[in-house]
Design a binder for this molecule. Structure first.
Ligand code: SF4
Length: 203
């Protein structure tokens, strides 16, 4: 930590030591500026980011991917799969299917507000796939993701988004593709049973 440049007494600023950084992106997932709802700026610039997978790029992938799925089949209700790129690669998130896969450096890179954003942008349900419990390459990404989604850690998923069966978390290591497929199918069934009434996005 270093003194904050605004020079107010007691304020400090975190500084990343590149020699110690594991490049997990968990800090980007925690930063309050990493919210896709910020509309003022053309480009989403966040307080901390991962050059190889910026938050702005995740938002674009989400936006464009959902738009493409809806354009292809206006009647379908897409699902979004936010997945650690080191985890399982299920065939169910297949090209031409109803699932938009958004790869993350680690499940802990995901700001929970992206889940709310996806639901407001037309996703019927959202699945977050983390590595197996205790199997995170960065040690804690899967438990941090779980704690954020279950309200035990900030930033947490807002209660409204967590309601119902539209948001799910699955722990799936590289060989656990079937766990993701099974959870996607459960999500698909829940969405078909109770279609989502879209919430208005804030202006
Ligand atoms: S949370 Fe991860 S990406 Fe961020 S500074 Fe720490 S090790 Fe690096």
């Amino acid at each position: 930590m270093v003194p904050h440049p605004n020079q107010r007494i007691g304020r400090t600023l975190a500084v990343v030591d590149p020699d110690l950084c594991a490049a997990c992106g968990i800090c980007a997932g925690a930063c309050p500026t990493s919210t896709p709802f910020r509309r003022a700026e053309k480009t989403l610039v966040t307080g901390i980011d991962m050059p190889e997978r910026p938050i702005a790029a995740l938002r674009e992938r989400l936006r464009q991917g959902l738009a493409a799925l809806k354009a292809r089949d206006a009647g379908s209700v897409p699902l979004v799969l936010f997945a650690c790129e080191r985890g399982a690669q299920p065939g169910g998130a297949r090209a031409g299917g109803d699932v938009l896969r958004v790869d993350l450096l680690c499940a802990g890179q995901l700001p929970p507000s992206f889940i709310e954003y996806a639901l407001r942008d037309g996703a019927g349900g959202v699945l977050v796939a983390a590595c197996r419990e205790g199997g995170c390459e960065f040690r804690h990404g899967e438990s941090i993701a779980m704690q954020r989604l279950t309200g035990q850690r900030e930033p947490h998923l807002r209660a409204r988004a967590a309601q119902g069966d539209r948001v799910a978390l699955v722990f799936a290591g590289a060989g656990d593709a079937q766990a993701i497929e099974t959870t996607l199918e459960r999500l698909r069934t829940a969405v078909a049973r109770a279609p989502l009434v879209p919430e208005e996005s804030p202006a």
